[in-house]
Design a binder for this molecule. Structure first.
Ligand SMILES: [Zn+2]
Length: 203
């Protein structure tokens, strides 16, 4: 019996292990952007040693940056609803956000929050439903210097009132909940080729 259990556990572990390796930041990018995916700045939250991290020592980045010309269509990696985000007490719709943020909340018991930043145009507004692979907006450089797509993932809605830039507080929260990165969060999402259709609005 024990032997069987051990074998069973090994199968489970190897399955989970291989699944976790199945989607890296580039793979995740394929759910968001067309064409060749280049990560210009990776998700970075555990760079505590100089030996391990070299020049990146103590640099923190609570999201993933992708190279993206302006304008490039950005597709939603999940099914969900567009929500407003908070900053200093102001509730910004995607169109009015100073960082060009579009935030999508997945439905269900444990919602996930995906934020797409520096967008030059939003095709959706708060309350709109989005499907996997439909276009939410166009990349840009709103709130930053160089055009790129910055993607953040949160499990805690109170994280809304924070600037969408790397901060120790954000990173501490990510660590506390078990260091779940955006790529791990969408592991259950089946990779579907982007439809390149604008997300239906006003649903
Ligand atoms: Zn970034």
């Amino acid at each position: 019996m024990f032997k069987f259990f051990a074998l069973f556990s090994a199968v489970i572990v190897s399955f989970v292990g291989s699944t976790a390796l199945a989607m890296d930041e580039v793979e995740f990018g394929k759910l968001l952007l067309p064409g060749k995916i280049t990560v210009t700045n990776p998700f970075l939250d555990s760079c505590d040693s100089k030996i391990e991290c070299g020049r990146s020592y103590k640099l923190l980045h609570a999201g993933i940056d992708y190279r993206a010309r302006t304008p490039t269509k950005v597709t939603s990696p999940v099914e969900g609803v567009v929500v407003k985000r908070w900053y200093k007490g102001k509730d910004h719709s995607p169109q009015k956000d100073p960082w060009g943020t579009i935030m999508v909340e997945t439905q269900g018991e444990k919602p996930m929050y995906f934020m797409f930043l520096h967008m030059s145009k939003s095709f959706v507004k708060a309350g709109d439903k989005v499907q996997i692979g439909c276009v939410v907006g166009l990349t840009g450089k709103k709130g930053t210097i160089f055009p790129h797509l910055h993607v953040e993932y949160k499990e805690i809605p109170s994280g809304w009132n924070r600037r969408p830039t790397p901060s120790l507080k954000t990173v501490a929260e990510i660590k506390k909940r078990g260091n779940i990165s955006p790529t791990e969060a969408v592991l259950g999402t089946k990779a579907i080729a982007p439809t390149q259709k604008i997300c239906a609005t006003g649903n």
